[in-house]
Design a protein around this ligand. Structure first.
Ligand code: ATP
Ligand code: MG
Length: 254
């Protein structure tokens, strides 16, 4: 296992849904402990690529995947890989918050309990730690036993982040994780990401260029299933090499 190199390396990755080519020969290294943004017009393959990082794309019926996705140098598509372990390492935050139908506390304690943590005091500490990491503790510490569904959408999304963190992933994958939220709630998630990148590799899909500008250290620009350009955010967003990227960041194609 190589922890000095890129966290995720994509090699010659192609994905077909039936006859439709959704990703064509993608090659890229995703840096460790940085925020990487995947940008590009609707239908260009952002979600497909993100979901290849935790083996969710291969749940789609009729999908064909070729190439490699190396996580810490190990191909997660090779035979004998434990897919549950891959999904544990690569936590996913979806577009809409889906809290479990249980209390705030139990949502966060769910993962640790599943992995065998039953000591009450240690569970309390874990729940507090992950709620703090998600920037939600102050708002909920005096109502931990109330149902998660009573929280606002923005709070629910931070709860889902806390629940994800509680299974101790190494990367956080977010597919437009703020698109269902109001601007203030979106900022709270963004703030949590910025704080978390010291310890986690974060990859987000976003169609909001301003969000990419605020958050991203590294940017992947995709167009019609191809990775057109990738590099440091500053370069891709402000001084792109490719005409298509330039048109996209100028808002000429959307
Ligand atoms: N389950 C599926 N079956 C067939 N085609 C699919 C499936 N999922 C995605 N596609 C197609 O693959 C292409 C890439 O889809 P994907 O969802 O990765 O795009 P995206 O960049 O995330 O788009 P958006 O910005 O709209 O979310 C699209 O043409 C889409 O229609
Ligand atoms: Mg998508």
């Amino acid at each position: 296992m190589n922890r000095n190199g890129p966290h995720i390396s994509v090699r010659d990755l192609s994905v077909f849904y039936g006859d439709h080519c959704a990703l064509e020969n993608v090659n890229v290294d995703v840096p460790r402990q940085k925020i990487t943004a995947i940008i590009g017009p609707s239908g260009c393959g952002k979600t497909t690529l993100l979901r290849c990082f935790n083996r969710l794309t291969d749940l789609t019926e009729g999908v064909k995947i070729s190439g490699q996705v190396l996580v810490d140098g190990e191909d997660i598509y090779s035979r004998g890989i434990d897919v549950t372990q891959v999904r544990k390492k690569m936590g996913l935050l979806s577009q809409k918050p889906f809290p479990l139908p249980m209390s705030i506390y139990d949502n966060v304690a769910y993962g640790p309990r599943l992995y065998g943590l039953n000591d009450g005091k240690k569970l309390d500490e874990a729940v507090e730690r992950y709620l703090r990491m998600a920037g939600l503790w102050e708002e909920v510490h005096n109502r931990l036993k109330s149902p998660a569904t009573k929280l606002s959408a923005g709070q629910q999304q931070r709860l889902c982040l806390a629940r994800g963190l509680a299974v101790e992933p190494e990367a956080i994958l977010g597919d437009e994780p703020t698109s269902a939220l109001d601007p203030i709630s979106a900022r709270r998630i963004e703030e949590a990401f910025v704080a978390l990148k010291a310890n986690y590799t974060i990859v987000i899909v976003t169609h909001i260029l301003r969000q990419a500008r605020r958050l991203a250290d590294y940017v992947l620009f995709m167009y019609m299933g191809k990775l057109v350009e990738h590099g440091p955010a500053e370069q891709v967003l402000n001084d792109p090499k490719e005409d298509r990227t330039r048109a996209y960041v100028k808002g000429e194609i959307s």
